[in-house]
Design a protein around this ligand. Structure first.
Ligand SMILES: [Zn+2]
Length: 184
């Protein structure tokens, strides 16, 4: 799944409990941050034509941060930095696993590559998660899921008065919420 769908999924999950803005941000970010292992794409593109190409994207994307070890690291971080520690850590684990699930069902690349997920790393590298029915990253189920998540995000904003924008700017967030509330 793409980062926007991951972000909206985690935001909606973060709002299932009564959390402070900081805890909500921790949960929301935890659902997106596994994809930082895809940043190697920059090095890979830059070195593609050189004598020593760095295959960091091909090697590490969906590997380095898409495993149980990284999920537990996120949960520990949540315990250290959140206010409602256990609830936040629990929801962090939920969104982390939803991230893996989203990637498992809908992240097939244009070349058909399936990105098997080494879930048990670093405890064991026995078997990897893969689903043969996996659809493409830009296939209709992803579009539908993203549309539903967007609807849920608008619903939460109107009811509760907060949106993912609160992580960037409180002012932008209140402006956005008041625009949404002015409708109807
Ligand atoms: Zn991912």
């Amino acid at each position: 799944m793409n980062p926007v769908s991951h972000l909206l999924t985690s935001w909606v999950v973060a709002n299932t409990a009564d959390l402070t803005p900081r805890d909500r941000a921790l949960v929301t970010l935890a659902g997106v941050v596994p994809d930082i292992d895809g940043l190697g794409i920059i090095a890979e593109i830059l070195t593609e034509q050189t004598a020593f190409p760095l295959l960091w994207y091909s090697k590490y994307h969906h590997v380095l941060c898409h495993n149980l070890g990284f999920g537990l690291l996120l949960a520990v971080t949540a315990i250290l930095f959140s206010i409602r520690r256990w609830m936040t850590a629990f929801l962090v684990l939920v969104v982390f696993h939803l991230h893996l699930l989203g990637d498992l069902v809908g992240s097939r690349g244009p070349d058909g590559y399936q990105w098997p997920i080494p879930y048990w790393t670093p405890f064991s590298d026995g078997w990897k998660l893969m689903w043969t029915g996996q659809w493409e990253l830009n296939a209709w189920p992803n579009v539908l899921i993203t549309a539903l998540l967007l609807a849920a995000t608008i619903y939460i904003a109107r009811r509760k008065g907060c949106s993912p924008l609160e992580m960037v700017s409180k002012r932008a967030d209140s402006a956005f919420v008041s625009i949404l509330r002015r409708q109807y």
